[in-house]
Design a protein around this ligand. Structure first.
Ligand code: B12
Length: 384
């Protein structure tokens, strides 16, 4: 069976994330894939993410005292989308959630509350007994009000070890319609280079510059850890991507080297064929020197961006980074750090011999309105 896949979050106006961080790690160590949405999240953001990630349960950790109303809103939103009772809600909040409160919450659709003093093994056993054998069946497209829900399940069925008939990608009409030209942009680079922040900023510029009916998708990757669990945490650092016009799916590598997962190619194919998006951004896991994740069979992108920090270790190290030759654009991010101008000069001389017209930019993605990010957006996503 594929790993249990859940979403965890901390509600709005609540920064108590220490408990959920500990619990997430314990779940991951025992083979669970945890999509972590972060703290200070609204019920709407949580339910949107749960739908797009096609999780079997939502775990909420809350200490701000608003748990009765908050859990109820999550349950109501799930019901409105006909996602309840399939997606279950569980959680905890130490001594702030009393046993009396929990009874009220159960009556409103919450599956389980864990009180102060509960051993981690009890939570693990709750997950493994309740969710190990959940079968996520194909949706009949016509019976659904929400196209995102259909798309989300198709992505699930594209995973290795799932059976689906007909094959998922064939359930959308074939792409290649005249006039429709989905841009697929791949972003790769070492861990900590700022890929996720850069993506969120590109999404912001897309939402601002494109009409309301146009949407953008993100296919994001994180590494699977020993025991096959994974912390799918890119959503936790994103701000603008919490938006109905953004569809995001997080994939774990499930042991595959090179930056992508065994189902990445099929998932990208499904996203393209759905014809729901103007742009699809693909983020790899943090990659090493030898990785060239895009351009291989089943995974071709329109443009590939290499995101690098300025401190790659000097000219000699630069010679060894294979993606420098394969990228269409190289972004030296974190330009506020020392050495970023030198980095650009060194990379410039490194790529000169390639004569491919590669774009080279300095950027500081964590700065609002950064001119480097603006330029990258104009060059790769601005217009046709
Ligand atoms: C640590 C802590 C902090 C840290 C938070 C660090 C962090 N990044 O999380 C700091 C010091 C920053 C902090 C700040 C504040 N805190 Co504080 N904090 C606590 C404290 C001491 C522990 C909470 C905790 O993490 N427990 C550890 C977990 C692992 O154990 P547990 O709570 O018993 O939970 C069990 C189960 O419920 C379960 N569980 C919990 N969540 C989940 C989720 C899932 C999915 C599952 C399966 C299980 C589960 O796991 C545990 C298993 O035994 C509590 C008091 C207390 N003793 O509970 C106050 C407490 C929660 N804080 C409180 C307050 C008021 C605040 C502040 C508003 C204080 C202020 N005026 O600035 C701020 C708000 C911060 C913010 N931005 O939200 C109050 C809340 C009162 C209320 N709701 O009525 C409390 C109760 C203290 C008090 N008695 O007044 N806080």
């Amino acid at each position: 069976m594929p790993p249990i896949r859940i979403l965890t979050a901390v509600p709005i106006c609540d920064g108590h994330d220490s408990a959920i961080n500990t619990i997430n790690l314990e779940f991951i160590r025992h083979g669970v894939e945890v999509v972590y949405l972060g703290y200070n999240r609204s019920a709407k953001d949580i339910v949107r993410a749960a739908l797009q990630e096609d999780v079997v349960a939502i775990g909420i950790s809350t200490y701000n005292g608003g748990h009765l109303e908050f859990f109820e809103e999550v349950a109501d939103r799930l019901r409105q989308l006909r996602l309840a009772p399939e997606i279950k809600i569980f959680g905890g909040g130490g001594g702030t959630i009393t046993r009396e409160d929990a009874e009220v919450m159960y009556a409103r659709g919450v599956d389980r509350i864990f009180f102060a003093g509960t051993p981690l093994e009890e939570m693990l056993s709750y997950l493994s007994v309740g969710y190990s054998n959940v079968v996520q069946r194909p949706y009949d497209e016509l019976s659904l009000a929400d196209a995102d829900q259909f798309l989300s399940r198709e992505l699930t069925l594209a995973e290795p070890g799932r059976s689906s008939s007909p094959k998922p990608a064939e359930r959308f009409p074939a792409s290649h319609q005249p006039g429709r030209n989905t841009k697929v942009i791949g972003l790769t680079g070492p861990g900590g280079a700022g890929k996720t922040t850069l993506i969120d900023e590109l999404v912001f510029r897309f939402l601002r510059s494109h009409p309301e009916n146009q949407r953008i998708a993100i296919l994001s990757h994180d590494p699977s850890l020993v025991g096959s669990g994974a912390l799918l945490g890119d959503r936790a650092t994103m701000i603008y991507s919490q938006n109905d016009r953004v569809f995001m799916r997080s994939l774990s590598t499930r042991g595959q080297a090179g930056g992508l997962s065994p189902s990445s190619g099929r998932c990208l194919d499904i996203l393209v064929r759905s014809e729901m998006f103007e742009v699809i951004l693909v983020e790899t896991v943090g990659t090493g020197q030898e990785a060239i994740p895009f351009g291989i069979e089943m995974f071709t992108v329109s443009k590939a961006i290499l995101v690098m920090p300025p401190d790659y270790g000097g000219r000699l190290q630069l010679q060894k980074i294979a993606m420098i030759d394969a990228a269409d654009a190289i972004v030296v991010n974190k330009s506020d750090l020392r050495g970023s101008r030198t980095a650009v000069a060194e990379i410039e001389s490194r790529i000169r011999a390639n004569q491919r017209g590669q774009i080279l930019l300095r950027a500081q993605a964590n700065r609002h309105g950064d001119p480097g990010v603006n330029r990258l957006f104009e060059l790769l996503l601005g217009g046709d």
